[in-house]
Design a protein around this ligand. Sequence first.
Ligand SMILES: NC(=O)c1ccc[n+]([C@@H]2O[C@H](COP(=O)([O-])OP(=O)(O)OC[C@H]3O[C@@H](n4cnc5c(N)ncnc54)[C@H](OP(=O)(O)O)[C@@H]3O)[C@@H](O)[C@H]2O)c1
Length: 248
Amino acid sequence: MRILILGGTTQASQLARALAARPDIDPLLSLAGRTQNPLPAPIPSRTGGFGGVDGLFSFLGAQRIDAVIDATHPFAAQMSAHAREASARAGVALLVFSRPPWTPDEGDDWTDVANMQEAVAALGEKPRRVFLTQGRLQLAAFAAAPQHFYLVRAIDEPAELALLPNRRFVPARGPFALQDELALMREERIEILVSKNSGGEATSAKLLAARLLGVKVVLVARPPGANAAEVFQLDDVLRWIEAHRPAP
Ligand SMILES: NC(=O)c1ccc[n+]([C@@H]2O[C@H](COP(=O)([O-])OP(=O)(O)OC[C@H]3O[C@@H](n4cnc5c(N)ncnc54)[C@H](OP(=O)(O)O)[C@@H]3O)[C@@H](O)[C@H]2O)c1
């Protein structure tokens, strides 16, 4: 069974590891190519866009893909939309392997916003010490509020960093441990944390650290979701694969 995994997440890596040793499955991991030095994949992989819906549709046919597992990041809305359209057109089964959004607990001080522009507005006028953890993407939005100090964390240094006059860049790749998050936020005297509501355990320690330190959190909501089948557990993916085996 030939399976295309759309990757770039912990879920995709987890699935790739689970399928690597399976002689009955021929998996292919696809990465967008945004990260300069991605972790080595345990299964064959390809890098770069497909060329829109038409490109992906052709790819599914040329590679004789039996099923697509969309394990892209919850904020990678365009890739997911293309996957839905191309797989429906090609008659190829599609499953979304994701993680549930984070929800606040007692002691959390969260402000939910719809997008990065609203996140900037939620920081207010008064200069604050802000921890930006949304990665490279949409950093430019914060140029509209240059009065704040920004601690920017991402895997690769973003070109847009130069747009923020008062900032420090921390190169880092998750998962992140609570003790490290506490130490970093204390050391930088962080007052507000900005994050996408990505969900998942690899990057949730910052939210617990914020609660323990009384740091406000501005959380950007996920883009409007799809109506494709979605699961959050590896076991459910493996069961779905069994149920979608092509007839011999
Ligand atoms: N957005 C985030 O916050 C975030 C966070 C962590 C990781 N990631 C990962 O980074 C990648 C890019 O994210 P994004 O938000 O830029 O995506 P996006 O806006 O949904 O996608 C933009 C374009 O990038 C290409 N692309 C995206 N994911 C791909 C994949 N797995 N394989 C091949 N091409 C892919 C597609 O190009 P074509 O139209 O040419 O096919 C897609 O139309 C994704 O793989 C995602 O899982 C994203």
